[in-house]
Every structure is written in structure tokens, then in C-alpha cells.
Design a protein around this ligand. Structure first.
Ligand SMILES: Nc1nc2c(ncn2[C@@H]2O[C@H](COP(=O)(O)OP(=O)(O)O)[C@@H](O)[C@H]2O)c(=O)[nH]1
Ligand SMILES: Nc1ncnc2c1ncn2[C@@H]1O[C@H](COP(=O)(O)OP(=O)(O)O)[C@@H](O)[C@H]1O
Length: 215
């Protein structure tokens, strides 16, 4: 049976801030060298240790608006008073050669990507914290945000969680290793589903040709 070329998946990870989507997306990238991370553009200032071009593309509001005006964003939204967006071109290039792309975006980004022309290739996953106390503990333990920033994120967490049902898969990130095992299983199944369907389509065409040849 001919091995067909599989387009890459758009893997959307959303969660309230602090539930663990950055941690899980880094684990995914380490697991599969062909996996790409969609590096977002943002107008928020870098945190200590964050690198321009690796974690985010840090932009002025004017630069950000220019990319939007040029049609360069697959999606964009305002989150916690700053603008965030996913540049379109790197995503198109990656999925065309069969690389899956991980998005760390909020529910607004999830909705826009699902509404885009690439919606057939989307796998959307929502990460839930085991409890709200633990969510706050994780935000504080990250130690990179002021008490005010943590309070702001906690205030928005309920709103973000209210969008859980829009996602195809839900993972409670209690034990990190178990959450990661579940995430990998989702991707393995989604990849298999697509490869098998393409293969079978070709295979059925070949069987039909064989019927024709018998006539
Ligand atoms: N819509 C959208 N949301 C994004 C994008 N990049 C990041 N976000 C979301 O913006 C929120 C804040 O992200 P960040 O400032 O890195 O804080 P963190 O989630 O606490 O690490 C999170 O919910 C991210 O998922 C993007 O390109 N588009
Ligand atoms: N399952 C887990 N158990 C304990 N701590 C976790 C777990 N998952 C993530 N963390 C920690 O919680 C904090 C927030 O995680 P992070 O991945 O930055 O969240 P998000 O990207 O959703 O804002 C980090 O310090 C991270 O190491």
C-alpha cells in the first residue's frame, strides 16, 4: 500500500494561565523533533529568561498592528490587556511539509483557528487544573509575576475555563507525567486516523481499478 503524505496537524492547547500548557508543550517538542511550536507575537514585555523569537516575538503595538493589517496573523486577540497573535506563514510552511504545529493560545485564538480554512487539520485540547487552589499555587510558584499579575490571571481563569466544552479533548493536569501520556496518546491517535484514511482512500481506488481490469 502506498504511503501517502500527511499534512501536519494544528494542535491547539488552551487553559487558564498556570494550568501547565507551556510545560506540556515543551514536553511535546522534546518528544517529537518534527513538532513545531507556533511562536506568537505579543505586545507584553518579556519575562526574565524569555527570548525573542523562541518564546515570543516581542512587538510594539504599532509593529503588531502592522502585521495584522498585512493579513499576517492566523488569529489574534487581546488577553490580560496585551495583544497576542499567531503569525500565519510559519504555520502554513510547517504543515505543508507534514510537521505538526503546537499553539499555546487562549479560547479566542482557539475559536479563530477552528473557524479558519485549516479547521480540518485542527486538534483542540483544553488543560484543566486539578483545583483552583493548586492553580493559584502554580501561578505563584512560577515566581515570575507580581501579586497583582497573579490576581489578574486568577480573576480571568473562570472565564477561560467556561470555554472548556468547545474543545475536542480535555486533560486534567494533576500528575504531570500522566497528563503528558494522555496528550501523546491523543496525538498518536489523531495522526493514525489521518494516515489511515488517506491510505485507505488510495487503496479503495486501487481496488476499484482492479475491478475494472476484470471486466
Ligand atoms: N489568542 C492568542 N492567545 C495567545 C497567544 N499567545 C499566547 N496567548 C495566550 O495569552 C495568555 C497569556 O500568555 P502569557 O503572557 O505567556 O502568560 P502565561 O499563560 O501565564 O504563561 C495565555 O492564555 C496564552 O495562551 C496567541 O498568539 N494568540
Ligand atoms: N502537573 C503539574 N504539577 C505540578 N506543577 C506543575 C504541573 N504542571 C505545571 N506545573 C508548574 O506550574 C507552573 C505553571 O505552569 P505553566 O506551564 O507555565 O502554565 P501555563 O503555560 O498554562 O500558564 C510552572 O511553574 C510549572 O512548572
Amino acid at each position: 500500500m502506498a504511503q501517502t503524505h500527511r499534512r501536519g496537524l494544528l494542535v491547539i492547547l488552551s487553559s487558564p494561565s498556570g494550568a501547565g500548557k507551556s510545560t506540556l508543550s515543551h514536553m511535546l517538542l522534546d518528544w517529537d523533533p518534527n513538532m513545531r511550536f507556533s511562536v506568537s507575537a505579543t505586545t507584553r514585555p518579556p519575562r526574565p529568561g524569555e527570548e525573542n523569537g523562541r518564546d515570543y516575538y516581542f512587538k510594539t503595538p504599532e509593529e503588531f498592528q502592522q502585521i495584522v493589517d498585512d493579513g499576517g496573523m492566523l488569529e489574534h486577540a487581546e488577553v490580560f490587556g496585551n495583544r497576542y497573535g499567531s503569525p500565519k506563514k510559519p504555520v502554513e510552511e510547517a504543515i505543508a511539509v507534514g510537521n505538526d504545529v503546537v499553539f499555546d493560545v487562549d479560547w479566542q485564538g482557539g475559536q479563530q483557528i477552528r473557524a479558519s480554512s485549516m479547521n480540518h487539520d485542527v486538534v483542540s485540547i483544553f488543560i484543566l487544573p486539578p483545583s483552583i487552589i493548586e492553580l493559584e499555587r502554580r501561578l505563584q510558584s512560577r515566581g515570575q509575576d507580581s501579586a497583582e499579575v497573579v490576581a489578574n490571571r486568577m480573576a480571568k481563569a473562570r472565564d477561560e475555563i467556561s470555554h472548556w466544552a468547545e474543545y475536542q479533548y480535555l486533560i486534567v493536569n494533576d500528575d504531570l507525567d500522566k497528563a503528558f501520556e494522555t496528550l501523546k496518546s491523543i496525538l498518536v491517535a489523531e495522526r493514525t486516523k489521518r494516515i489511515r484514511r488517506n491510505d485507505l482512500m488510495e487503496h479503495v481506488t486501487k481496488l476499484n481499478e482492479e475491478f475494472e481490469a476484470l471486466k
